[in-house]
Write a protein that binds this ligand. Structure first.
Ligand code: ZN
Ligand code: ZN
Ligand code: FE
Length: 762
């Protein structure tokens, strides 16, 4: 007896070796029928013994190819299964011309099989830095247009040799339709170029030359998947210090690349979750607690309790690490905070003052894509930067969008998102739009994302900040627009991640975001869903003396808060000890002419400055990161919560950190250990925030609280607020996959616009 079945598989199932996999399994099970790609995913029609057909379905679900992500598998009866020409089972041509829902996959780390070939002296790909297959290799970074086919990628200029062609055409081969398939005969080639312009080395000597340069303490620009890295020996203090000086990067931590998880375990503490992310084919940088006495120079991440580690993710990385025999700093190939260099000419010109040589190759990178960053602390992982290995993987909305959407995000950590059908797709990390290169990248990302996914936006969603370049761009288009308040977008991004429709009580704590009253918000309690939001409470507003200067110089916020909490006289004394320009600030504060803010990020800055940690930043978020690090040296429960007041402004409840500021100053002057004050600050602020959130949720009959905004990258604060809310019987939603910082703004904007038909104007 035999049965016929039609099996529809949806999710990420194209361009990931799914059809060859189905073919091999079907042949193994002696089934008759066909498998094909179509607009919705993969369609299998199969005939055979019932238990064999069931077995096929089971292995599709239980052990699909590594890069496939199955969202749904639906089987229905089929009376007549057409037998392919020649009988048996066959892969047949794609049907229809509709564009696939997932046109291109994410870049994936070298798989075990490819790595085995590259390290096998008898294999034809031995030592070849660009080996890949359907289970691994470049995708998003090489795609120029759709459909995803070799001529539409940057591999177009490398015609397949006969051996590679045979693999490409053979349905039973791991490289069947592997678009970037390559070998030493036909594929990209490695090249070494040194700044000293000495006689060039041959292709075969390039890797050795680069390794020798690194081993001698040199800096090498290494062309990777999404751009150039700057590499130095991570164990050499001199090499790391030289890199810092050349890159104009004083203290911002560098990431370190190691060959495997065994080496990683020697450097940092990894729990199961952290290890799973670190070894996944996405291969992000994982921030994890460093081990004492680790074999990495202190200058890599000065003074921080965590280290960012990533595993080699291309054959080139594996070969280079093997040749050098030491962990390597791998940081974005750029000066200061500019976008990562991607084009070869640009890398040669822009990186010349920074490096001793370039390890390059002739496969162009179409889309610039930085390494992704995931933080793994206290048994939890949280994506902080969602880029290479994650973009452009769609997120299911959980409903059909009412229109096609383009969301242009915020300004710092910029990303853009589009919505079509049931899917929301977010771009790679673009960076700070004020950089001309980043702005150009933003324009390219908009065009590329819309092109790849066939999106013709019915609406362009933007932040309310009139000075954001993304806002200006949106308002300059001829399309209908929708402005979404910054913190509403933060809350919505978390709702979208959890496919929760709301309403919820959203606690949005961040640096600065433009508020509905045209002041800068950043400590908000909102009742929100995907249709709208109401501001129910906030942090007590305080002066933001010097505007953007206050962001870079925490001492200004310290003076502003002491003035607000303890009066001008006391503030004058604090000002004098913090900065020589401090006294001048008091006049400004007393005149009341400075803009105000409710930002919790700026409150962290103020406390860090008052504790003498940092009065000027060398990178964004530095003071808050250091304050959290200090607090975490004291276990929870061993530092009393510092007092936070609760006041009202009009009829709106406000959280008043005035008493907390006074307690910090008094404690410091009384010689209380700074770590205890830092921990007490987290405890006090967190408990007070949870209390207010709980009260507001109760009054509004809401049972769920969202914690969002860049401040909730802070694991200690998150733990305090979350545990208090859970104790109060509330459900808490946190960010895992969508960054809580401004990289998530375009996600929230897109989710809101996909849900409502509201428009502001054209
Ligand atoms: Zn592979
Ligand atoms: Zn070849
Ligand atoms: Fe924000």
């Amino acid at each position: 007896m035999s049965v016929g079945r039609r099996i529809r598989v949806t999710g990420t199932v194209q361009g990931v070796g799914f059809r060859p996999f189905v073919y091999r399994e079907a042949v193994r099970l002696g089934l008759v029928g066909t498998v094909r790609n179509d607009h919705a995913g993969v369609l299998i029609e199969v005939d055979g013994a019932p238990d064999r057909v069931a077995e096929l379905c089971r292995c599709l679900v239980d052990r699909p190819p590594p890069l496939a992500r199955i969202e749904r598998l639906e089987a229905s009866d089929l009376v007549h299964v057409a037998e392919p020409v020649g009988g048996g089972f066959a892969i047949v041509a794609s049907q229809g011309h509709g564009s696939p829902e997932v046109p291109v996959g994410v870049d994936a780390a070298t798989c075990a099989e490819c790595l085995a070939e590259v390290t096998d002296p008898t294999d034809r790909r031995f030592g070849y830095p660009f080996a890949n297959c359907t289970n691994c290799g470049p995708r998003y970074t090489i795609v120029v247009s759709v459909p995803y086919d070799r001529p539409a990628t940057t591999m177009a200029s490398f015609p397949l040799c006969p051996a590679c062609r045979q693999e490409y055409d053979d349905p039973s081969d791991r490289r069947f339709h592997a678009q970037p398939n390559a070998c030493p005969v036909c594929g990209p080639r490695l090249a070494w170029r040194s700044v000293s312009d000495d006689p060039g080395v041959t292709e075969g000597e390039a890797l050795t030359a680069a390794a020798a340069c690194l081993a001698a303490g040199g800096t090498v620009a290494v062309k990777g998947l999404g751009g150039y890295h700057l590499a130095v020996d991570a164990t050499s203090r001199a090499a790391v210090t030289t890199l810092r000086r050349r890159k104009h990067r004083d203290e911002k931590p560098f990431a370190v690349m190691v060959p495997d998880v065994v080496t990683a375990r020697d450097l940092v503490v990894l729990d199961d979750g952290a290890e799973a992310v670190l070894t996944s084919s996405r291969r992000p940088i994982v921030l994890a607690p460093r081990r004492p006495g680790l074999q990495v120079a202190d200058a890599v991440a000065p003074g921080l309790p965590e280290l960012g580690l990533l595993l080699a993710y291309t054959p080139l990385h594996h070969l280079l690490l093997q040749a050098v025999g030491r962990p390597l700093v791998m940081t974005s190939g750029n000066v200061s905070d500019e976008p990562i260099a991607q084009a070869d000419d640009d890398a040669f010109a822009r990186l010349a003052p920074l490096v001793d040589g370039w390890l390059s190759h002739d496969r162009p990178i179409h889309i610039r894509c930085d390494d992704s960053v995931v933080r793994a602390v206290a048994g939890r992982t949280q994506v902080l930067r969602r880029s290479r290995g994650y973009a452009p993987e769609p997120m299911a909305l959980g409903h059909v969008a009412c229109r096609q959407v383009l969301a242009v995000g915020a300004e710092l950590k910029s990303t853009v998102s589009v919505v079509k059908g049931q899917q929301l797709v977010t771009s790679h990390h673009i960076g700070d739009l004020e950089h001309p290169t980043a702005y150009a990248s933003f324009l390219q990302a908009v065009e590329h994302l819309c092109g790849l996914f066939g999106v013709r936006p019915d609406v362009v969603v933007h932040d309310l900040h009139p000075e954001y370049l993304s806002t200006k761009w949106a308002l300059d288009t001829d399309l209908p627009t929708l402005g979404v308040q910054h913190h509403h977008a933060h809350v919505a991004s978390c709702l979208a991640e959890h496919r929760h429709p709301g309403p919820v009580l959203g606690v949005a704590f961040d640096g600065l975001g433009y508020g509905c009253d045209r002041t800068l918000w950043g400590g908000e309690f909102l009742a929100a869903d995907l249709d709208g939001c109401t501001r129910l409470g906030h942090l007590r507003p305080v002066a933001l003396p010097g505007g953007v200067a206050a962001v870079r110089e925490p001492w200004r916020m310290a003076v502003a808060w002491v003035c607000a909490a303890m009066g001008a006289d006391r503030a004058e004394r604090e000002a004098a000890r913090l900065d020589e320009r401090g006294r001048a600030l008091i006049g400004l504060l007393e005149a009341g002419s400075a803009p105000t803010t409710t930002s919790v990020g700026r409150l962290f800055d103020a406390v860090a400055a008052l504790l003498g940690l940092r009065s000027r930043l060398t990178y964004e978020g530095q003071a808050a990161i250091e304050l959290e690090a200090l607090a975490r040296t004291v276990p929870r429960g061993q530092a009393p919560a510092l007092p936070v007041g609760l006041g009202v402004e009009g009829t709106t409840p406000v959280l008043d950190p005035g008493p907390l500021i006074a307690a910090v100053v008094a404690g410091r002057d009384d010689g209380v250990p700074l770590a205890v004050l830092a921990a007490g600050f987290h405890e006090g602020l967190g408990q007070a925030a949870a209390r207010l959130a709980g009260d507001l949720a109760g009054a509004q009959d809401l049972d769920t609280v969202v914690l969002t905004g860049g401040v909730f990258q802070n694991s200690r604060l998150t733990a305090v607020v979350e545990s208090a809310l859970v104790t109060a019987g509330l459900r808490v939603l946190l960010h895992h996959e969508v960054p809580p910082n401004d990289a998530g703004i375009s996600v929230g904007q897109a989710a809101i616009a996909a849900h409502t038909t509201r428009v502001d104007g054209r």
